[in-house]
Each structure stands twice: as structure tokens, then as C-alpha cells.
Design a binder for this molecule. Structure first.
Ligand SMILES: Nc1ncnc2c1ncn2[C@@H]1O[C@H](COP(=O)(O)OP(=O)(O)OP(=O)(O)O)[C@@H](O)[C@H]1O
Ligand SMILES: Nc1ncnc2c1ncn2[C@@H]1O[C@H](COP(=O)(O)OP(=O)(O)OP(=O)(O)O)[C@@H](O)[C@H]1O
Length: 531
């Protein structure tokens, strides 16, 4: 593509673009959008969960109408040419997109095959392929993973491979849809730094979709906000949007960056309720191997009634594996896991599921029915709910989790944040003794994160034991106890306040301080975070 020098060269022009998953005149998702993205600009796209950010990304990159059903009007031009005039697949080489759910973009078995496929499509000569793959894997922190099977990677590792694949495309424009959602805190910072470097080197146009702008502030020059009503609510410089126009974000329930926000830290939002001393779940001497790799080594921990325990650690540390073992979905190679002093293996499956709720890292792995309502009532039916009770319980959950308008929608056709809320809501129909959540708040805007946490904290106050796997250090800060996993071993288990003093451990486990401490302490004083 021939490009002119200069900062204001338009790369993508959106002219009066409207889109609907149904008919365009009935409730369009966005309506008459008009904006231009320039070469060498980094733009942040913000909006409440469900506002239409991912859908817009798919339209911009030409995946509509090929890959998504719906109706649209208006035009999108790439370097002045209407995107509908591009050959099939041509535009996807020019506008690289990293999807919100990285699993949806893979088509090969191993990491190397996936990346080689991208390079072969670009007609890169075979002898150069290996070297390029090695270099890109190093850049995203996945050196040596060439022969690993993609479906056997951890969530964050998959996200890193998806990023590597798009970087290999060397596109003119990058669209990144919540690219750091599953990355550990330091990997997330490293990735943002990498995007900045590549953007500068290649003068790319980058569009980032993120709920939390904080770590991107040094990179972005412009912010677009789409409202729940499908209108473009703002198109401005970050400094102005986050100050003079911040009420737009507040009204839409969007996170203000911490540097511009005076809202209290998460840990101050909920009254501190001391957990009981009653052990609900105990893990003793647990070891677990996947293939020949020992993923967990001699792990012991307890979770008490009314306690919020968070498990943290770098991508691939073994967090999701530990949670699945705690839920009885995998069997330990050594050690025991007991619920109320009875090993999990001695429980009837039906009783175990009544007493414990489990939310998968990827919400789609959990969905088994065709509508939001059926999904919510599936467990209730198994547990013998009466019809009227079931209807009102499901209504209550849909109301709480902003899913009422999607009652009859297919769970797979929800937005990322809506899927996450549905997967959390499905385990709340009963009041179990323990809830295990794998990254429950990812993909949420400020308002829905707070509502979800309010709900969970109310359950904790009732005495329910809660375990989170999370990369969100502000949520860690609000927990009763934090367990740090490092290469499958427990490296720390105590109050979060004690962890924040352990600079070396934070660094080794690729963690960060929560925002309230980052604000007051120069992070670099504790350790040199990005090398
Ligand atoms: N394939 C689909 N069919 C029908 N409706 C859909 C489909 N995909 C998404 N939607 C609906 O379109 C709306 C916008 O979804 P989209 O994923 O674009 O939102 P988003 O702003 O990216 O949200 P989030 O921040 O939660 O990821 C949502 O209400 C969603 O339920
Ligand atoms: N199904 C599987 N088969 C083989 N190995 C696996 C499988 N699932 C995960 N692993 C490996 O086990 C290790 C731990 O994975 P796990 O998903 O528990 O990590 P995690 O701490 O949850 O990571 P993340 O923060 O990226 O989600 C990783 O090295 C991963 O590659």
C-alpha cells in the first residue's frame, strides 16, 4: 500500500455508518457513526459493556458481512477505497485484529503451525519462517513454546500467541480488542510497551478497545466513546475527555483512569467482615502433572466461611489448574482436597455441585443451552426448583446482571462482558457454601465490575467462601487473603497488605502494586518493573 508521509493521513474513514444484528431500522447497535482514524495515531475506543465496541471492530476490519450476520448502511473506506470492494481476506492482511477471545482466532494445532500459517499466507520464503517465529515468540514472552499444542496453553499464553500471530502479519493498522485481559500484570505492561515500539517503528494506526485506559495513557492520542444508544459520544484528546468531559464516562459507567479519578480504592468500598474460622475447603500436599510437566507441587491452603481468597501469579503458574482441582473437575496426582473435611472423591456429584459453584476462565466453556434464560435455569431445574420460583429467581439475576434485554438471546451471541456476567450469574441461583471464580471481572466496565463485586461481597457477608483467580491487583487488595503461585508452588499466603511490602516476590511473580499504592509510591522505587 502506497502511503504518504505526514501525521494526518487518513487510513480508515467511517461515514454515517449504522449497523444492527437484526433490521437496521429497529434499534441499530450504532447509528450514523462518523470518524476518521489516521496513520500513526493510537486511538482508544471506550464504551460500556455491550455498547458495540467489538462489533464495530469486526465491521472496521471487513469481517462484516462475511463473518457476521446483520444489516448495515453507510461506508467505511480504507485508504480511500470502500472496504466492500476488497477481495476476500485481502483486508485482514492490512488490518490485523486481535479478538477479545483469542481462542476464536486459531486454526492450527501447535503454536509453530499457527504462526507458520500466517507467514505462508504472506508468502514468506520457507527458510525465513523459523527465524521469524522464534523472534516474535521472544517478543511476546513465549520463547520455546513452538511445539506446544495451543489448546493446552493457559489463557494468558493463548492471548500471547494471538498477539504474536497479528504482529507477524505486519499490518498497516492494528485493532486490539481487550488484548491484555488475560495477561499477568507485568506481561500486560510489557505488551503495551511492545505495541508502542512497533507502532513507532512502523508508524501504524492502532485502535485499542479497553475498559481501563490507565496503562495505555502514554501511548494514546485520542479517545472515542460510543454510548449505549449507539451514538459517538466523544472524540477527543485524553486529557480533555478525562477532565472537562469526564461526566460522559461517569454517566456511561466507564472507568476513569486512576490518575484522573478520586473514587475510593476497592478495598475501601466494602465493610471489612472478618471471616469465620470454619474451614470450608482444604487442600493438603496437592501435586498435579499435565503430560510430563509438574504443574502444581505440594500445594496446601484453606478457605474459610465468609473468606475471600484470591490466587495470583504469572501466566502459566497453575492458577486455573488449581481452581479446577478445587472444584473436583480434575483429580490430584498426590494430596487431598476436602470439602468440610470430606475428600471431594467421597461426595456424590449432585451434592458437590449444590454446595460449590465454579466459573470457568472462558465463559463459553460453560454454556450448554441456547438462551440466556435456559442457561440461568438449567441448574435450577436439576435442583428441583418449582416453575414460578425459577422464573422469578432468573428474572432477579437478569435484572442484577443487566441481561434482561437478552433473555431469549443465544449465550454465544452476547458481548464478551455479557458472557462473563451470565457465566457468573448461573452459579448464583442457589446459595452454595463455596464459589470458585476464574477471573470473574474481566471484560467489565466500571459500573458492572462494581455491581458484580457488590453481589459477591454480599454473598461473602452471608458466610459463603469465595475464591478468585484474578490478575486485577485492585481486587486482590480487597481480599482477605492472597495466595501467590510461582511455578506451581505456593510462594506466599497472607493478607494482601503484607504482600505489598514484598518487592522481590512481586517482581518474581510478575505482579504489581494496586493503583492506590502506585499513586503514592513510584513503582520504580520498589523494583524496576519493565526491564
Ligand atoms: N452475533 C451476535 N448476534 C446478535 N447480537 C449480538 C452478537 N454479538 C453481539 N451482539 C449484541 O450486540 C451488542 C454489542 O456487543 P459487542 O460485543 O459489540 O459489545 P462490546 O461493547 O464489545 O461489549 P463488551 O465490553 O462487553 O465486550 C450486545 O448487546 C450483544 O448482545
Ligand atoms: N489441557 C492442558 N494440557 C496440558 N498442559 C496444560 C493444559 N492446560 C494448561 N496446561 C499447562 O499447565 C500450566 C498451568 O496452566 P494454567 O492454565 O493452570 O495457568 P494459569 O496460572 O491459570 O495461567 P493464566 O494466567 O495464563 O490463565 C501451563 O504451563 C499450561 O501450558
Amino acid at each position: 500500500m502506497k502511503v504518504l508521509e505526514g501525521r494526518q493521513q487518513p487510513i480508515l474513514e467511517v461515514r454515517d455508518f449504522s449497523f444492527s444484528y437484526g433490521e437496521i431500522d429497529e434499534q441499530p447497535l450504532f447509528d450514523g457513526l462518523r470518524f476518521t482514524l489516521n496513520r500513526n495515531d493510537v486511538t482508544l475506543l471506550m464504551g460500556a459493556s455491550g455498547a458495540g465496541k467489538s462489533s464495530l471492530a469486526l465491521c472496521l476490519n471487513g469481517l462484516y458481512p462475511e463473518a457476521i450476520e446483520g444489516t448495515a448502511s453507510g461506508d467505511i473506506l480504507f485508504y480511500g477505497k470502500n472496504i466492500s470492494e476488497f477481495e476476500r481476506g485481502e483486508l485482514t492482511q492490512e488490518i490485523g485484529i486481535v479478538f477479545q477471545d483469542p481462542e476464536s482466532q486459531f486454526c492450527m494445532m501447535t503454536v509453530e503451525d499457527e504462526l507458520a500459517f500466517t507467514l505462508e499466507n504472506r508468502k514468506i520464503p520457507a527458510p525465513a519462517i523459523r527465524g521469524r517465529i522464534k523472534a516474535v515468540l521472544k517478543a511476546v514472552g513465549m520463547e520455546g513454546f513452538e511445539n506446544n499444542k495451543i489448546h493446552e496453553l493457559s489463557g494468558g499464553q493463548k492471548q500471547k500467541v494471538a498477539l504474536a500471530a497479528v504482529l507477524l502479519l505486519e499490518p498497516e493498522m492494528l485493532i486490539l480488542d481487550e488484548p491484555t485481559a488475560n495477561l499477568d500484570p507485568v506481561s500486560s505492561l510489557e505488551f503495551i510497551k511492545l505495541v508502542g515500539k512497533i507502532q513507532k517503528e512502523r508508524q501504524l494506526s492502532v485502535l485499542i478497545i479497553e475498559h481501563q485506559a490507565d496503562d495505555w495513557l502514554d501511548l494514546i492520542s485520542r479517545v472515542l466513546v460510543i454510548g449505549r444508544d449507539g451514538q459517538l459520544l466523544a472524540d477527543d484528546r485524553p486529557e480533555r475527555l478525562f477532565t472537562e468531559k469526564k461526566q460522559i464516562l461517569e454517566q456511561e459507567g466507564i472507568f476513569l483512569p486512576d490518575a484522573y479519578s478520586d473514587s475510593p480504592a476497592f478495598r475501601e468500598k466494602w465493610a471489612r467482615i472478618v471471616p469465620s474460622e470454619k474451614n470450608v475447603l482444604s487442600v493438603r500436599g496437592l501435586s498435579f502433572s499435565r503430560r510430563k510437566q509438574e504443574v502444581l507441587k505440594n500445594v496446601s491452603m484453606n478457605v474459610c466461611g465468609g473468606e475471600l481468597v484470591v490466587i495470583v501469579g504469572e501466566n502459566g503458574a497453575g492458577k486455573s489448574t488449581l481452581l479446577q482441582l478445587m472444584a473436583g473437575l480434575l483429580d490430584p496426582c498426590a494430596g487431598t482436597i476436602s470439602l468440610f473435611d470430606r475428600p471431594l472423591g467421597t461426595w456424590q456429584e449432585k451434592d458437590l455441585r449444590k454446595r460449590m459453584g465454579f466459573v470457568f476462565q472462558n465463559p463459553e466453556h460453560q454454556f450448554i443451552t441456547d438462551t440466556v434464560y435456559e442457561e440461568l435455569t438449567f441448574g435450577m431445574k436439576l435442583n428441583g426448583y418449582a416453575d414460578e420460583g425459577m422464573e422469578s429467581a432468573a428474572d432477579h439475576l437478569m435484572e442484577q446482571f443487566h441481561l434482561k434485554a437478552y433473555r431469549n438471546n443465544n449465550p454465544f451471541a452476547l458481548s464478551g462482558g455479557q458472557k462473563r456476567r451470565l457465566s457468573v450469574a448461573t452459579v448464583l441461583e442457589e446459595t452454595p457454601d463455596i464459589l470458585l471464580f476464574d477471573e470473574p471481572t474481566f471484560g467489565q466496565d466500571a459500573a458492572t465490575t462494581l455491581e458484580l463485586m457488590d453481589y459477591v461481597m454480599a454473598l461473602k457477608a452471608k458466610g459463603i467462601a469465595i475464591v478468585f483467580v484474578t490478575h486485577d491487583m485492585d481486587i486482590v487488595d480487597a481480599a482477605d487473603r492472597v495466595v501467590v503461585l510461582k511455578q506451581g508452588k505456593v510462594a506466599f499466603s497472607d493478607r494482601p497488605a503484607s504482600l505489598w511490602k514484598e518487592g522481590e516476590l512481586l517482581q518474581a511473580a510478575r505482579l504489581r502494586l494496586p493503583a492506590r499504592l502506585r499513586k503514592s509510591v513510584e513503582e520504580g522505587e520498589l523494583y524496576d518493573l519493565i526491564h
